[in-house]
Every structure is written in structure tokens, then in C-alpha cells.
Design a protein around this ligand. Structure first.
Ligand code: PEP
Length: 250
């Protein structure tokens, strides 16, 4: 989108140990050696790796983020991690509402909304994920689902500085399947319009990422679609060569 600097974001999911930090270093070097001039780079890593990931990327244009957070700042929530803790470990962004969280942990739009506000309370940027399932697409309800998710998951004070929207068709995540360029264009235009209804003019400056089986070989095609302002990349973010290959679409 004219005037919007793209963001190429990775999501390592439940992958990575200290042995993976070399890949992160490789990604950071790629962004330091020129890619960072054309796009912002971010890799969201498991909380166990975040502090070391932040160290490895210090002084480079690559940011690191968390993959989820608890809505509260602290308290009796064994095993959970707050946005403040992620910030303390070096995160600049936190993914909320990823479809794997919505499915594996039953997260509702209201939960995702609360988590986005928690991310802002900590002073970080929320990457709010939305997207339809295969069944929803087949029944023709994709756009209705997106409207509901925007209505329920995106807080009314979202703006271009504190939030990024990621459109991730659930059936395209980790499957190697991708929507057609026309489907992506339709979904992103619709998302921008609904954000406009909800947030006003600021919606025109918000980043809307596409996610779902992005790889170097399809990145140029997907990332040049109108209203696509970057990518959220799962599997292909684990290897520096793949992630940098995607970012080179810019
Ligand atoms: C994701 O997890 O956000 C994702 C898009 O995964 P993949 O790129 O592996 O489809």
C-alpha cells in the first residue's frame, strides 16, 4: 500500500532451542545488510528464547517478539506469561489471536481483544490475527467471519502505530495451500474497509499482513497484491535463507 512500510514477520511457533539462534543471527544480518532499508523485520520466538534472541539481534534492524501473552500483568496464572514480561525480555511485538491459539486454547474474539489491550498496556505492538477456516470458506462465509473477528478482536483504539492485522486463512497455514491472488486482494480490501468503518482514517495507514504458506517462490506474487503490507511467516521463518528469500520480494 502506498505510504506503508512493509513488515516481514516470522512466527517460530513451538520450534527452536538455543541451537536455532544461528538462523536468527543470519536473518538479522540480512536485514542489517540492506533488507532493513526496504522492509521492517521481526521474528516472534518462543518465550524461552526471547531474551537470547533479543541479545543476538541487538544493534541490527531485526526486532523480536512474543507469540502470545496473558491478558493480566501478573498474578496467579501458572505457566502464563504477561506482555510486560515479554517486553522485559526484549520483545517489541506480540502476536495475539493466532488461529492455533484460537483452536488449541479456545480463545474467543473477546480474549484476543483483551490480549491486544494487554500488549498496549506494556507499550508493545499487537499483531492481531484473523482468518477463516476451510469450512467457513466453503460455505461462503469468509467475509462475514472476517467482519466478526474485526468487530470482536480489534479494540477501538487500534491504530497504525500500535497494531498490525494479519490475515491468515486457517486452511492455508502450514499446508502449502494458498488463496488465489484475487482472493487475497478481496480479503485484504474487505479488511481495510471494515477497519475503516471501525477506526476511521487511520485504517488507511495500518499494515495488513498476509499469512499462510508464504515461501520464497510465492512471495513476490502474494506480497505485490494490493493492500498486502507484508507477511506473517511460519515454517519458512525457521531458516534464514527462506525468510530472507521472502523479504527479498521487496
Ligand atoms: C503462521 O503460523 O502464522 C503461518 C502463516 O504459518 P505457515 O507460514 O507455516 O503457513
Amino acid at each position: 500500500t502506498p505510504g506503508i512500510r512493509p513488515l516481514v514477520a516470522g512466527n517460530w511457533k513451538m520450534n527452536g532451542t538455543s541451537a536455532s539462534l544461528g538462523e536468527l543471527r543470519g536473518i538479522a544480518e540480512g536485514f542489517a545488510q540492506g533488507l532493513g532499508e526496504v522492509a521492517d523485520g521481526l521474528v516472534c520466538v518462543p518465550a524461552t528464547l526471547l531474551a537470547r534472541a533479543a541479545e543476538v539481534t541487538t544493534g541490527t534492524p531485526l526486532n523480536v517478539g512474543g507469540e502470545d501473552c496473558h491478558p493480566k500483568e501478573s498474578g496467579a496464572h501458572t505457566g502464563d506469561i504477561s506482555a510486560e514480561m515479554l517486553k522485559d525480555a526484549g520483545a517489541t511485538h506480540v502476536i495475539v489471536g493466532h488461529s492455533e491459539r484460537r483452536t488449541d486454547h479456545g480463545e474467543s474474539n473477546a480474549t484476543v481483544h483483551a490480549k491486544a489491550e494487554a500488549v498496549w498496556r506494556a507499550g508493545l505492538v499487537a499483531i492481531i490475527c484473523i482468518g477463516e477456516t476451510q469450512a467457513q470458506r466453503e460455505s461462503g462465509s469468509t467475509l462475514d467471519v472476517l467482519a466478526q473477528q474485526i468487530a470482536g478482536s480489534v479494540p477501538a483504539d487500534a491504530n497504525a502505530g500500535n497494531a498490525v492485522i494479519a490475515y491468515e486463512p486457517v486452511w492455508a497455514i502450514g499446508t502449502g495451500l494458498t488463496p488465489t491472488v484475487d482472493d487475497v486482494a478481496q480479503a485484504h480490501a474487505y479488511i481495510r474497509a471494515r477497519l475503516g468503518d471501525k477506526l476511521g482514517a487511520v485504517a488507511g495507514r495500518m499494515r495488513i499482513l498476509y499469512g499462510g504458506s508464504v515461501k520464497p517462490s510465492n512471495a513476490v506474487e502474494l506480497l505485490s497484491v494490493e493492500n498486502v503490507d507484508g507477511a506473517l511467516v511460519g515454517g519458512a521463518s525457521l531458516k534464514a535463507a527462506d525468510f530472507l528469500g521472502i523479504a527479498r520480494a521487496y
